[in-house]
Design a protein around this ligand. Structure first.
Ligand code: MN
Length: 270
């Protein structure tokens, strides 16, 4: 069993170390992670510049590879031959903040697991509902790492269907105070982004997406509800984003090429 460990917080993040250590009981562990923080970077495929990879060492001496690519690039690099041995399973995290609801498309942690699913590998993304405002190095990842080992153990036993992955969110509390596991759906995240406009020293305006951290609707059966109830949330995620329930309805629209407006001519005339 060869497990690839990656994350979006960078190769030196303590959550990555905790996850790599938790995976060691399952077999061979390889770490390929970004050389800097790529949080909230979404699903990236870097095709327009070279990707560099350097050797790194985790705090416990574990050898790792650090790339200047995104988390999803790290997975692609590893799968496409950076690592000589084939990979059997991919884990990403442990992210210090949760990835809930619509966060999944923003999350580098989750999109690394999505990249693994694209390459036909079972993958799990781990995110911790860490304390707000606390520095990453102050966070105790040990309960979450224990949860990660339990999740991977079951995923190896039962398998994860092709083109799917698991997004796991873990409450931040001592292991003994976790209330159990719940398989969930994505909840409704409420973003409180606000656009901040300022002027740079050259007199030009710039924009910054600021505002407060997102909240969410803690509905029963959702990832957000599970965390609020002290439960580890396990959300099965599929790469197929098709809104299947809309296909028949939209197919019933009056589709006809004759109805389409004519393209304007080169001189702007219709
Ligand atoms: Mn992150």
């Amino acid at each position: 069993m060869h497990i690839l460990v990656t994350n979006d917080d960078g190769v030196m993040a303590p959550g990555l170390l905790a996850l790599a250590q938790a995976m060691q009981s399952f077999g061979q562990v390889s770490v390929v992670a970004p050389d800097h923080n790529w949080s909230i970077s979404g699903h990236v495929k870097t095709l327009n510049r070279p990707l560099r990879v350097v050797e790194a060492t985790l705090a416990d001496g574990t050898p790792a590879l650090a790339s200047d690519g995104a988390p999803s690039d790290c997975v692609a690099l590893a799968v496409l031959g950076l690592l000589p041995e084939p990979i059997d399973f991919v884990v990403s995290g442990i992210n210090p903040v949760p990835n809930l609801g619509h966060d999944l498309t923003y999350s580098g942690t989750v999109t690394a697991a999505m990249e693994a699913a694209i390459w036909g590998l079972p993958a799990v993304a781990f995110s911790l509902d860490g304390p707000e405002g606390e520095h990453m190095s102050e966070i105790d990842y040990s309960p979450a790492a224990r949860v990660a080992a339990e999740v991977v153990s079951l995923a190896l036993k039962h398998g994860i269907a092709s083109q799917t992955l698991l997004s796991v969110n873990i409450p931040y509390r001592p292991y003994e105070q976790l209330h159990g596991f719940q398989v969930t759906r994505q909840g409704l995240r409420i973003y409180r982004d606000a656009l901040i406009k300022r002027t740079d020293p050259r007199g030009k305006p710039y924009y910054w997406i600021g505002g407060d951290a997102p909240t969410g609707v803690p509905e029963e059966g959702t990832d957000i509800g599970a965390l609020q109830a002290g439960l580890v949330s396990i959300t099965p995620v599929q790469l197929d984003l098709t809104a299947h329930q809309l296909v028949a309805d939209i197919a019933a629209w009056e589709w006809s090429l004759a109805e389409a407006p004519a393209a304007p001519g080169k001189d702007g005339s219709a």
